[in-house]
Ligand binder design. Structure first.
Ligand code: UDX
Length: 464
């Protein structure tokens, strides 16, 4: 089927590349000229495994086109995904201006093309009721427009976006029209049946995956809320384990064993129980805040989620306190941050806990420096020092003369660094591991003073 995808950010681009991969013909719409030029050359403007290869293959096969002209794309297609950003607008919750603009453009197109029927699919994360409001907006502009507005949220994680799109746990479709809902379901048939072609170009299928993939067909308001509820629940798991970790530090218990011990209970499950400095990124902080704001706007205080957000923020502060307690003060201390992206496998630095801490430490007088395998360029755009270089291409150079190192992103390659050499280069061999990457006894054995999260002094560290 011919499909337009409006907005070539993480979600839009991954959707476009994956849909082209399973055989659809895609018209990607992007107004940013620099991004558009890169895309036309088959290069991804974001760091995401497999995207470059899938883009150039899709272009060569004639299944991927990119344009800045929405009307040109809609002319060709029967279905349009909206995948523009919904950033947080302070206390007002999700900022829907990009959504409204895209919907408005679609409405004007439909007004000028009264015979056209379009299925508009909301991929962007939006508060419950947005599809209803946006359908009204289309009718205001084009009262006779023929369209269905269907909610179909995305659950992809950055860094494994293509994998999550091609091998999802479920597909959620929200529509009041059974026909439109089934048409949207049909777009995913290859994914639902596990018939992904050319697996040498994309991630391999997981060994065990339930086919057919479950499809939840519901109304738009529930579909929209499923997305927020899923992110809020995962964020709750993280804040919960961080609270237990803080308690474990006090009682002398080991959070790794605790997470393992509770995660074996199938009702709880092992995922999202890694304690550390809390969650960041472009989704959890934004979506949890947007959900509490929406609840508040309906006169309901979402107490649990408010606490989840507060615990997450406090986790970063606790980590900084640990550092300052040990170093006495930040003023004049040289602190090296390992990691800048909000998690490994991505160059995304939006709401990165590490960058926030670095900014604070610098404000308190520390001489901060940082290394990240892929995120330096993006970090520089949001945090830089005018008078000195703080970003290093070489982690060993960065460690030179440091009073301590703070591990804030768990890039697997940090495990393979030459830690004995790093120890010699540092002024004081002190490590604050905000992601519990290392076995404390191993780091102590190497001669480091090692601090982590939720692993009390007396706990033993031999869990398998
Ligand atoms: C998340 C959701 O997982 C995804 O379904 C949704 O579509 C978008 O938001 P993403 O933001 O890419 O995806 O990252 P994710 O892997 O979920 O991690 C989010 C944050 O939580 C990261 O900062 C990560 O370091 C942190 N995290 C995750 C923990 O601190 N502990 C954990 O156990 C898991």
């Amino acid at each position: 089927m011919k499909i337009a995808v409006i907005g070539m950010g993480y979600v839009g681009l991954t959707t476009a590349a994956s849909m082209a991969h399973i055989g659809h013909e895609i018209f990607g719409v992007e107004i940013d000229e620099a991004k558009l030029n890169l895309l036309k050359e088959g290069k991804s403007p974001i760091y995401e495994e497999y995207l470059d290869g899938m883009l150039s293959h899709g272009i060569e096969a004639g299944r991927l086109h990119f344009t800045s002209d929405l009307a040109e794309a809609l002319d060709e297609t029967e279905v349009a995904f909206i995948a523009v950003g919904t950033p947080l607008m302070g206390q007002w919750g999700a900022d829907l201006r990009q959504i409204r603009a895209a919907v408005g453009d679609i409405a004007h197109f439909l007004k000028e093309n009264p015979d056209k029927h379009l299925i508009v699919i909301m991929k962007s994360t939006v508060p419950s009721r947005t599809c209803d409001t946006m359908a009204d907006h289309i009718r205001e502009i084009a009262p006779d427009a023929k369209f269905d507005l269907v909610s179909n949220p995305e659950f992809l994680r950055e860094g494994s976006g293509v994998f999550d799109t091609l091998y999802p746990d479920r597909i959620v479709i929200g529509s009041r029209s059974t026909e439109a809902s089934n048409k949207v379901k049909g777009l995913y048939q290859a994914i639902i049946d596990g018939k992904i072609p050319d697996t040498h170009l994309c991630p391999k299928p997981p060994e065990k995956h339930p086919y057919p993939i479950p499809v939840v067909q519901t109304d738009p308001r529930s579909s929209e809320l499923i997305k927020y509820a899923a992110n809020a629940f995962l964020a709750t798991k993280i804040s919960f384990i961080n609270e237990i970790a803080n308690l474990a530090e006090k009682t002398g218990a080991n959070i790794e064993d605790i997470a393992y011990g509770i995660g074996l209970d199938q009702r709880i499950g092992p995922q999202f129980l890694r304690a550390g400095i809390g969650y960041g990124g472009s989704c959890f902080p934004k979506d949890t805040a947007a959900l509490t704001h929406q609840a508040e706007s309906f006169g309901y205080t979402f107490k649990l989620l408010n606490a989840v957000i507060e615990v997450n923020q406090r986790q970063r502060i606790r980590f900084l306190h640990k550092i300052v307690e040990r170093l006495d003060h930040f003023d004049g201390r040289r602190i090296g941050f390992l990691g800048l992206s909000f998690k490994p496998g991505t160059d995304d630095v939006r709401d990165s806990p590490g960058i926030e801490m670095m900014r604070y430490a610098e404000g308190a007088g520390a001489e901060v420096r940082a290394y990240d395998p892929v995120a330096i360029e993006n970090a520089r755009k949001i945090f830089d020092c005018l008078d000195k270089e703080i970003y290093f291409e070489d982690p060993l150079k960065m460690a030179e003369g440091c009073d301590c190192l703070a591990i804030v992103t768990d890039w697997p390659e940090f495990r393979d660094l030459d830690w004995l050499k790093i120890k010699k280069l540092m002024k004081h061999p002190i490590i604050f591991d905000g992601r519990n990457m290392f076995d404390p006894s191993e780091m102590k054995g190497k001669g480091f003073e090692y601090y982590c999260v939720g692993r009390g002094e007396d706990a033993c560290y031999n869990s398998e």
